[in-house]
Design a protein around this ligand. Structure first.
Ligand code: ATP
Ligand code: MN
Length: 477
């Protein structure tokens, strides 16, 4: 007999037809009612064992966490909240689970505790829901771009350039770190390393994907990204996934249009296709809200926040306009910000971004035209000589979710900036050549995939939206 997934089984009319279900026991009550989950959905199926129909030794092995295989008839359920149940005819234990030592008891566990048992946390309702939503979002990302004729480019994970300036990098080497070869000056001789040069894990696929945008017009990359910064926040991982579209013939306004349409599409997709999981996560988030002080609670529920993003235009304003709002804001005047806003040109911190989004505009915000000193060398310089055509999308609860820009497509201007910042031209030669041979105006941005998943699932810590989080001091699983 062929196994049926619980998700599909719950769609069937109960006609006493034989079914085979396999999954993990969530609870077993009164030696009779087994609640089984197989991860195909957040919902469980109840399997009912008739008295004395299964021998005592097998019944003893049905414990929370055990893996079982159940055959039976699909019948209407008299119990509330479930249309059908299985009347068990035979039952096999596929994997025992010693209830005495199983860490996942059927009760509430803290997310911190679950991080310590990352190999088992997938079996909780919360992580099941988060990972199904994560899958749906990855699928929707590809669908969005495919519908618009973008091409998915796999950019390299090992990179020879460390000029991207997006953050500290992890070195990739096969040299013996205890006794590395040295050159005449006594420095480590990377000419003897695997690639004959220094290499690192990528901090962004942008520079490489730009080369393909200069040929295929509309492209994107979606892959793992690494940053060795020691930032122990709820929004940073050392290994995360980033989606980076890069488009020829798009200016900064086209770029903002695309970013807004993209985020709306993803939120709408979750509302359409993840409703069971979102309902669960919505309730979970609401319970978490109740543990916060009243003035820090969200006014909108998780599902309402998703609808809000879909239904409202994002507020667009320049860095300079935002700077004035922040400078004159109450928390700035009362010195409530940790970093006070005083001089034009200062980088905005998460507290400022969240003030604009959550208190001032009460909606997603796109800031653009940032001071050139706080942005990357490749961003297009504006006429004013002070700002570049950068844009950041800021979301409630998260702060920056997208960072992007129109790129500098003019060879002379780009070279000048590379020289001013003393960037290694020998590593950037190919990037500069794109501006020499058939350069085109172009733009792109990076969406941190886990920050998106945080927003869509309402999980407050980024470590809980990736299967195995990498952060300072942690790479156990
Ligand atoms: P932040 O200021 O929040 O540290 P950033 O400006 O360094 O971010 P970018 O280099 O612009 O980030 O990267 C593009 C996007 O990648 C960000 O908007 C964010 O969504 C995501 N991102 C950046 N760093 C991380 C990280 N360490 N962990 C998870 N996501 C990240
Ligand atoms: Mn950024």
């Amino acid at each position: 007999m062929k196994r049926i997934k619980i998700k599909d089984l719950l769609q069937l009319p109960p006609q006493r037809q034989p079914v085979l279900v396999q999954g993990w026991v969530r609870t077993f009550r009164n030696n009779q009612f087994i609640s089984i989950n197989d991860g195909s959905t957040i919902l469980t199926i109840q399997a009912v064992v008739a008295l004395n129909s299964i021998d005592e030794s097998a019944l003893k092995r049905i414990t929370t966490g055990a893996c079982i295989s159940v055959k039976g008839e699909l019948v209407p359920s008299p119990a509330k909240g479930q249309p059908v149940e299985i009347k068990v005819t035979s039952l096999d234990i596929l994997g025992d689970c010693d209830a005495e030592v199983y860490p996942l008891q059927p009760k509430k566990h803290s997310l911190e505790f679950l991080r310590e048992i990352a190999h088992l946390r997938a079996r909780t309702n919360t992580f099941g829901a988060v990972m199904r939503v994560r899958h749906a979002m990855a699928f929707a990302v590809h669908q969005f771009f495919n519908e618009r004729g973008f091409f998915y480019i796999h950019t390299p994970i090992i990179t020879g350039s460390d000029a991207e300036g997006a953050g500290a990098m992890f070195k990739v080497t096969t040299l013996d770190i205890n006794q590395p070869p040295r050159n005449e000056e006594g420095h480590v001789n990377f000419k003897e390393d695997f690639f004959g040069r220094e290499t690192n894990l990528t901090v962004s696929g942008q520079l490489e994907v730009e080369t393909y945008a200069m040929a295929l017009s509309e492209t994107y990359t979606f892959g793992p990204t690494f940053r060795a910064e020691n930032s122990n926040t709820t929004r940073h991982l050392a290994e995360f996934w980033m989606i980076e579209p890069e488009m020829a013939f798009y200016d900064i306004n086209d770029n903002m249009e695309l970013a807004e349409a993209f985020l709306k599409y993803l939120c709408q997709y979750a509302l359409n296709y993840c409703s069971d999981d979102l309902e669960f996560l919505n309730k979970r988030a609401q319970e978490e809200e109740m543990t916060k002080p009243q003035d820090q609670r969200n006014e909108l529920s998780l599902i309402d926040r998703l609808k809000f993003v879909v239904q409202n235009n994002f507020e667009r304003l320049t860095y300079t306009e935002a700077f004035e709002i922040l400078r004159n804001s109450t928390p700035n005047k009362k010195k409530k910000f940790q970093y006070l806003i005083e001089t034009w040109g200062a980088d905005l911190q998460s507290e400022h971004e969240r003030y604009l989004v959550e208190k001032h505009f009460k909606k997603p915000v796109i800031l653009y035209n940032y001071p050139k000193e706080i942005k990357s060398f490749y961003m297009r310089q504006n006429e004013d000589g002070k700002t570049v055509a950068a844009m950041d999308v800021l979301f409630p609860g998260i702060g920056e979710i997208i960072g992007g820009s129109q790129r500098e497509e003019r060879y002379d201007q780009l070279l000048k900036r590379v020289e001013e910042l003393k960037l290694p031209q020998k590593d950037l030669w190919w990037y500069l050549e794109l501006r020499k041979f058939g350069s085109a105006p172009h733009s792109g941005f990076g969406l941190g995939f886990e920050r998106l998943i945080q927003f869509v699932t309402g999980m407050t810590n980024i470590r809980d939206v990736i299967p195995f989080p990498r952060y300072p001091g942690n790479a156990e699983f």
